[in-house]
Design a protein. Structure first.
Length: 396
């Protein structure tokens, strides 16, 4: 290993490699859902579980990697996660049945969650709160940017080489990232700061974090915001391509518009925080989020079933999400600065459990119409609004 100093620019580039594969492996397959549905001779519910099973795997891994990395160190656990990530990505390539593909997608999520958990913990190991928050904002922007670009890349790969080539692409990307981190990434957790892997202590740490109303409130706010987006994203390809007759090579542009809006808003968050303050920006973001279901409710049926209107309204939602989601996440991570590994595990696990449950609910309710997706999204936003009201009352 040839370690690189964490305070140099090359360390930031290595952080990119940690998050790179995990950021792309979720959304790169979305444009291929109709092709997978036909090739595996299955139904829409099973195809959408390609996404929800992946999130379940991330959720399960998230609960383990925090305590394990607190004990063994960040590098060892990260490399273990990369190994699982790579092996399961290769498994996806050779899957011939939908059940096998779902199993490998679950394992793929389990492996990729090490990148998210360990990468986040390393940042909070090495930096004070403000620099860590700024670096996390940059990483989150990068992650969402990659998520926005992933469908374009996946669509191009699928059109020219078939949907399985996407699995090959992810396997190659993970292999490169793992090699770079193995050769150059330094250990961020000193031996004297590591904690013994004792179930009682781990349970106590989890209990400490879970007993905090502030942690729960901010984590749930983040979770329901992302759940709303992912219910829409998981159904997009089947709705737009199969029902609204959008061309497969044009479809990624609609998805990129939704996620790209989130990126653009997130990039300006630092400047907006200086101008409005964190709490006011949260209120503005939530207000914009609550406008989206109102727009859907007031729109006539003829508009609801047009790709341009659906995408424009979701861009409005993404604006509010970009303003507020990262602020709630940062607050969750900073409630217990001495328990960053545990906090990262719980934040990720709770968020993805809620997101995967929402995706599965959306797939069950989806009947080929935009209204069925809007109904599920509206229900989640109502829960988010209720939680916001309770939070503001608590603060008052």
């Amino acid at each position: 290993m040839f370690p690189i100093s964490y305070d140099g620019k090359w360390f930031r580039y290595l952080m990119v490699f940690i998050f790179l594969g995990a950021a792309m492996e979720t959304d790169i397959y979305l444009p291929t859902f109709p092709e997978i549905l036909n090739n595996f001779n299955t139904n829409a519910v099973m195809v959408q579980r390609i996404l929800s099973y992946n999130f379940i795997g991330i959720c399960l891994g998230s609960l383990m990697y925090g305590p394990l990395s607190d004990h063994f160190g960040r590098r060892k656990i990260l490399m273990f996660g990369f190994s699982v990530f790579l092996a399961s990505s290769i498994g996806c390539i050779f899957s011939t049945k939908i059940e096998a593909l779902l199993a490998f997608r679950l394992l793929q999520g389990f492996g990729s969650s090490a990148c998210v958990i360990v990468g986040t913990a390393m940042i909070f190991d090495l930096f004070e709160e403000n620099p860590a928050a700024k670096l996390m904002a940059d990483i989150n922007t990068l992650v969402v940017s990659l998520m926005a670009l992933a469908p374009l890349i996946g669509s191009w790969i699928s059109l020219h080489m078939g949907y399985k080539a996407n699995f090959v692409f992810i396997a190659a990307l993970v292999s490169i990232s793992a090699t770079m981190c193995f050769l150059f990434l330094p250990e961020s957790l000193n031996v004297d700061k590591r904690k013994k892997l004792q179930l009682k202590r781990v349970a106590t740490d989890y209990k400490t974090v879970l007993a905090s109303p502030v942690f729960w409130c901010n984590t749930l706010m983040t979770s329901f915001i992302f759940a709303t987006i992912m219910v829409y994203v998981s159904n997009m390809s089947l709705l737009y391509i199969e029902q609204l007759n959008v061309s497969p090579d044009v479809f990624p542009l609609y998805q990129m518009a939704t996620l790209g809006t989130f990126v653009i808003v997130s990039l300006n968050n630092g400047r907006l925080i200086d101008k409005y303050g964190i709490e006011k920006l949260k209120v503005i973001g939530l207000g914009i989020i609550f406008l989206a279901p109102l727009v859907f409710f007031l729109a006539p049926d003829s508009m609801i079933n047009t790709p341009l209107f659906l995408t424009s309204t979701m861009c409005l939602f993404s604006t509010g999400a970009g303003l507020s989601a990262g602020l709630f996440f940062a607050k969750s991570m900073n409630v217990f600065p001495e328990l960053t590994g545990i906090a990262a595990s719980l934040v990720t696990a709770i968020r993805l459990f809620i997101v995967s449950a929402a995706i599965d609910l959306g797939s069950q309710v989806y009947n080929g119409t935009a209204q069925s997706i809007i109904n599920v999204m509206t229900g989640i936003i109502v829960v988010l609004a209720s939680l916001s009201l309770l939070n503001f009352k608590r603060q008052a």
